[in-house]
Design a protein around this ligand. Structure first.
Ligand SMILES: NC(=O)c1ccc[n+]([C@@H]2O[C@H](COP(=O)([O-])OP(=O)(O)OC[C@H]3O[C@@H](n4cnc5c(N)ncnc54)[C@H](OP(=O)(O)O)[C@@H]3O)[C@@H](O)[C@H]2O)c1
Length: 216
């Protein structure tokens, strides 16, 4: 089903996400400077808008840094009431050695607490921007871990994202982001060490367990 979605931010993740969403959905692309992104938006088939206009969408993807997304939702609590807000941020510290959030929470949970009027779903935290261009690895498609406490909202986001070239996994409730965000930090560290960054992602390797043979 086609949705009216917004993507906030025109950086690496915002651009990559708009490119994937625009062929399937009505996309409002929110920027602090919509004029600057007008030509790129036209190329991708999205509508460049300011932050306020982007809030007309039903699903709002925040391709912003955690330090910017929290003030953003705090300012727009009323307009976000009843909407789905997708948290993509990993709350890295300045030198990417850890997080600005404490170990007993996650960026997604902090965001949800800042905008209780909305329903927060986590996605794409483990998907580095370079993977959008080449999502296929020798081991298969990249996994996108989708989290949330509201199953209907999570299902709706997964349905909206389904045409994209990833494998979407329901990764449980929002507090799973304490793990997902730390998996991303580890992936960043390992991939930088071994020269894969930013073409790095997670894929859970698994095979169905064969039925045990019943002895006659
Ligand atoms: N890069 C990755 O591989 C990756 C992977 C997974 C998750 N993420 C997460 O995705 C988020 C965005 O990452 P990115 O790499 O796309 O960052 P980025 O390239 O720096 O883009 C961030 C965008 O945020 C907007 N912005 C900047 N300062 C702002 C402010 N003060 N207030 C409101 N908006 C502001 C800007 O868009 P406008 O100029 O158009 O307003 C900017 O282009 C981060 O939270 C990151 O943790 C990134």
């Amino acid at each position: 089903m086609s949705e009216r979605v917004a993507v906030l931010g025109s950086g690496r993740m915002g651009d990559a996400l708009v490119a994937e969403l625009a062929p399937h959905h009505t996309v409002l692309w929110g920027s602090r400077d919509p004029e600057r992104i007008a030509a790129r938006a036209a190329e991708l088939g999205a509508t460049p808008v300011d932050h306020e206009a982007a809030l007309a969408a039903d699903i709002v993807f925040l391709a912003l840094w955690h330090r910017d997304e929290v003030p953003f939702v705090s300012r727009h609590r009323a307009a976000l009431a009843g909407k789905i807000v997708v948290s993509m941020a990993n709350p890295y510290n300045a030198d990417y050695t850890g997080f600005t959030t404490s170990p007993d929470t996650s960026a997604a949970e902090v965001l949800a607490a800042a905008v209780p009027e909305a329903t927060v779903v986590g996605a794409f935290k483990n998907t580095f921007w370079g993977v959008f261009e080449r999502p296929e690895f020798p081991e298969g498609l990249s996994d996108v871990l989708v989290t949330g406490d509201d199953q209907d909202a999570k299902d709706r986001v997964m349905a909206a994202l389904a045409p994209m070239p990833f494998r979407f996994l329901d990764a449980g409730p929002l507090d799973r982001n304490r793990t997902v965000e730390r998996m991303t930090l580890l992936a960043r560290e390992l991939s930088t060490r071994y020269g894969h960054h930013p073409h790095v992602s997670w894929r859970l390797l698994g095979q169905a367990t064969p039925e045990p043979t019943v002895a006659s």
